[in-house]
Design a protein around this ligand. Sequence first.
Ligand SMILES: [Zn+2]
Length: 464
Amino acid sequence: MSAIRLTFYGGAETVTGSNFLVEADGKRILVDCGIEQGRDFSAKEMYGPFPYDPTSIDALIITHAHLDHVGRMPKLVKDGFRGRVYMTPPTRDLAELILRDSAHILAEEAEQRGLPVLYSDEDVSTLFTLVETVPYHQETELAPGLSFLLRNTGHILGSASVRVKTNDGTSVALTGDIGNSPSPLLPDWEPVTDADAIVMESVYGDRVHPDRGDRVGILRDQLKKAIDKGGAILIPAFSLERTQLMLYELSNFFEAGELPKVPVFLDSPLAIRVTEAYEKWGATYFKPAAEEEMKREKSIFDFPFLTKTLGRPESDKIAHAPNPKIIIAGAGMSHGGRIGRWEKRYLADPATTLFIVGYQAPGSPGRLMQEGAKSIRIQGQDVRLRATVGVMEGWSAHADRDELLKFAEGCLAEGRPKVIFTALGEPSAARFLAQRIHDYLGAKAVVPTTGESWEITKDGARKA
Ligand SMILES: [Zn+2]
């Protein structure tokens, strides 16, 4: 009987740096190759060698386009990997946008700090010559008898779980990130009922999203209040998914006459290009109702007074537009990008409102504002904070504690899985989820540690 060996190289007891090795039928398959975020850019984890020989890897399968799942792919190529890379078609487009954007940021930062460049635009180009796109639900052969299957996880456009199956039917699945379903755009996550072992995410393993049920109503009411105040409205947004959700909801509010018509600026080249990819793939990768909308309307992310400011001169003009106006710009935690220039300009004005719509890492400017700082440092400048800061819970792209348990429950089938590993979460969250899977579902759940290997067979799972 063939066994699958599973090794946790990244994403064990931590949210980011997703990187798992699956060895089966003599092949070595990596799932995800992400960077660790929230650490110093020059951390040795980013520059250091991979814990395996990149030339020995036969294939790489990617769950989704977030940097903590794809960010080290170009370095893997630079270090000699030449196998096939598999992902869904939307993930391919999104990953290229994200990696090219980050290549420029990395090059700038490396120059400032006198460090070698982690990878270049050319490494990104070489990487994409190796990519093969695979749609959901298509069993794809890696070698005779060895195959994989992708399923939707409802997290961002194109996000997928990966199930690898050997010649005797032994299988393991890795979820990547699991979405905060239901979403107005994406289909709900799908459970994995055919795996002997499942590695699942656990970011919010110990927390619930308050206000999840009425997040749209809360967004509308808060925006109304902010517009009535008459100042600038700043939304630091993540370019991938959150920005598109905001545009979609704004478009609906305006169309329904639920908000006064004020100018909206999308001031992020990356977010503008990502939105184009959403428009390209929406008709085939959204949930049926949103696909119908995509077919009826030219774009569900556009409306008459939305201005997309791709270049710097267009962006500069935003300053002259009278208030109230809404400015959506990256970065999501106010740690870079164009939002900084608007924060410097408007945060000292009490008429301004800033909305926080996602997770803010400890120490980030966004987190400091969320915690009520009176002054913050932005792009080397101290800015007094007199604006109103509104925190919108419920817009997370991740399933919460109860939804993750529901996912695990949905994966239970006759005699399967033998074990569920809770990964891609802080230790407390991963442990809490593992405990609940054990207590509520009676399944074996394990919190893996970095570097740990397990042997999975049809009969069970044991630590190698
Ligand atoms: Zn993600």
